[in-house]
Write a protein that binds this ligand. Sequence first.
Ligand SMILES: [Zn+2]
Length: 410
Amino acid sequence: MRTALRRGAVCACALMLWAGLSTAEAGKPSDQESLRLEARIKHWRTLGNVFRRAGVEDAFLLADRYTDQGRDEDAIRLYAEALQVDSWRFDKQLKLARLLAAHARADEAAQKAGEIARYAHDESLASQAEALLQQLGRPPADRSAPPSVPPGPLTDAKLILVPVGPVHAHLLEELRLALSWQLGLHCEIRAQSIPLPGADRPYADAYLDQMWRAVGPTPGETAWAILGESVRATLGMGSRHIRRSDLLEAVLRARRQRGESEAFRDTFTQLATAGQYDTGKLLATLKLELPPPTPPLRGYLGVTGADLFAPGTHFVFGSATPGFGIMSSFRFFEGANGMPLDAKTVEERAIKQAISSTFFLLNIPRCTSAGCVRAYAHSLEEHDRKGMVLCEWCRRQLQDALSGSGQGGF
Ligand SMILES: [Zn+2]
């Protein structure tokens, strides 16, 4: 039945091609909409995870079209790429599982189907996944109990945790134990910490943006404020370099909101000394301060209590390149509705991030499993929703990486 349907889809595309609806190269049936999406996806691939997630729908749409056109290999690759940044799209997980099953990749298909059955809230998707498991001759998924945390096999591979700026010593020790136990690494903590330089993005800048939007100075008010500040500077009463904060203060003064202009100045000055750190710069500092890792040492993971960002993002939990990673516990102390957090939740959040960062510094690409501890988290809520265990694919990748036999998969 599936083969007949697929043949039908291919025939339809062949007809469209014949009718001159596409200029795609021979053997790769396409159409104007696919070409438009392909151009967008080419750009999408150059983006970081945060923006990839925002534009993920185009990737799913194109993967759906590839499936309809019978371009299964292209569809498998694109579904996998898109699910790396949005793994809780179980409708797309099911499409990928079916394609994998149709292409003799039964183990991967069964893993996906098992996860859909276990995690999807949609009963229809869960039962379709169960049906696929049955079709593959696999036992039904265990939907009751979450999987336990088995220890990773102990290898001679070593990882060093490096404190960067202020870090909770207790949290660092918890990370050391968790990485040793779950990943089978010899994990150590570096005795000396690396000091933090001045913040790369002071909170004062974000505060100023927020206030500027809230106050909403009209172009006329701004022009008057610029003129007023220029006169003050000329008379030696202010800075010759007119800053946006000066303008906002002048606008508030002009509106006779004296209390507000003073409150703004006080808060702005207070926030000028605290702020966020650029992960790229911190990784460069680690590479400068630490000798390159040579086996059995596989890399360094910097751990900081400071807030991190990457260009174009509000914040990030961490970032890593082969051999070097950096993660922050800053956002993990945030509770819902201002409620204080228990230490266990903070630890669990930090452990999930430490495992994720460690895989990246071992040069293992992100997986596509929703239940995996390495699933991409777009927010703290999604970070909390992730399980604490590695999926089978990641477990295999880890074993290969630690034994030096390379990577595989999608
Ligand atoms: Zn995984």
